[in-house]
Design a protein around this ligand. Structure first.
Ligand code: GLA
Length: 378
């Protein structure tokens, strides 16, 4: 796989790419919808990655091609954003130019990825981060790792228009093999926590659609709740700063729906801290319980789950998992399962069988482990 983007580049343009880079997708162990509310997250970079190979173009427009459909597209100049994955290429280009990076005006970009798209594993962040690395190298500019996170986030948030937090880009840059990354707050400190075990990913088969929808709604609800709470607590910087005891009283004046959103953010913030402590002491059973509670909160208070994922979580628990939860933004995508290593294959088999009996298709499944962040490829 690792040479696929470079191969595709050579085949398409009969030239060598000037540089290649890759970056991982991520599975979030716990800490959902906390990042854009000032709270902590605990993701890991996964083995599945996006690869890009880039070079100058001597044509009149930039050209992009993906191994997924093998179709070469010319990116028109001017203000129009292309549709689909090519929007991320333009987003990264614009975010880099905004930072003063002098990119060649016409580029060639070949993309290959083993991160399933639309599964909540941050295929878009992986692509953006790989592009940032390759483009900055092409322009001979040194970006710090924090700078790479920033550009990749801006590309997606400001230019493509997805209200994403910074978790996905951060772990795609800073991820480390056999470690989960505790990110204390969006721009706060980080801690690498040893996590040398496999996790199981189960695809609910329901693609989640980020740019258009529900995630942006939840951002608006969290924003509205924060503004309302500030009437009584003008110092409140973010929802995650609310104390978790006494929450019922603090949110009593909010509309019921907003109070539930706040409850998810605040209890999830507490769960991430407890999860990090449990992980640091290898208390996996407790870590699993926190994941399972997190799923219930995502489902009931944040209303961001789906029946397929709910069923998978319960089947996984019954099959001997320590914990399972829908990972990523929600409304579909992948369930992450934590289980004793010896039980992972059984859990996979049992859940897949039940899923097929109930929903009529075999779900895609992957075993993966914590992997390394962005890198240049030779
Ligand atoms: C998406 C965003 C992340 C985070 C999650 C929800 O993946 O990109 O920043 O907000 O949703 O936890």
């Amino acid at each position: 796989m690792s040479h696929l983007a470079a191969e595709l580049f050579r085949r398409t343009w009969s030239a060598e790419p000037e540089c290649s880079a890759s970056a991982p997708g991520r599975a979030n162990l716990i800490g959902e919808h906390t990042d854009y509310n000032g709270g902590p997250v605990l993701p890991l970079a996964i083995e599945q990655r996006a690869w890009v190979a880039v070079g100058h173009s001597n044509g009149t427009s930039s050209e992009v091609i993906s191994a997924l459909d093998g179709r070469m597209r010319a990116l028109g100049s001017g203000g129009r954003m292309p549709r689909g994955w090519a929007a991320y290429v333009v987003g990264v280009e614009r975010a880099l130019r905004e930072r003063g990076v002098a990119l060649p005006s016409e580029l060639r970009v070949a993309v290959a990825s083993s991160v399933p798209a639309g599964a909540g594993l941050s295929s878009s962040a992986a692509l953006c981060v790989a592009l940032v690395r390759a483009f900055s190298r092409l322009a001979d500019v040194r970006l710090s790792r924090a700078g790479m996170v920033d550009v990749a986030h801006r590309a997606e948030h400001d230019h493509v228009g997805v209200q994403c937090g910074r978790m996905d880009q951060t772990v795609s840059v800073f991820g480390r093999r056999d470690h989960a990354l505790l990110i204390e707050s969006p721009t706060g400190p980080m801690r690498q926590l040893p996590f040398a075990r496999a996790v199981l990913l189960l695809d609910s088969g329901k693609p989640h659609r980020l740019a258009s929808g529900a995630l942006n709604d939840r951002h608006a609800e969290c924003e509205a709740a924060l503004l309302a709470l500030r009437e009584r607590r003008p110092q409140l910087a973010a929802l995650a700063d609310l104390p978790s005891d006494d929450l019922a009283r603090l949110t009593a004046a909010l509309p019921e729906v907003l109070a539930r959103r706040v409850r998810h953010v605040v209890t999830e913030t507490r769960r991430v801290r407890e999860a990090a402590a449990a992980l640091a002491q290898n208390r996996f059973r407790q870590l699993g319980e926190l994941l399972h509670e997190g799923h219930a909160s995502l489902r009931d208070d944040f209303a961001a789950s789906c029946v397929e994922a709910d069923a998978m979580v319960e089947w996984a628990m019954n099959a001997g998992a320590w914990g399972a939860r829908l990972t990523g933004a929600g409304w579909g995508g992948v369930v992450v399962v934590l289980a004793p290593e010896a039980a992972l294959r059984d859990v996979e088999r049992i859940v897949a069988g039940r899923f097929r009996d109930r929903f009529g298709t075999m779900p895609a499944t992957w075993l993966t482990r914590a992997s390394s962040g962005v890198r240049l490829e030779r």
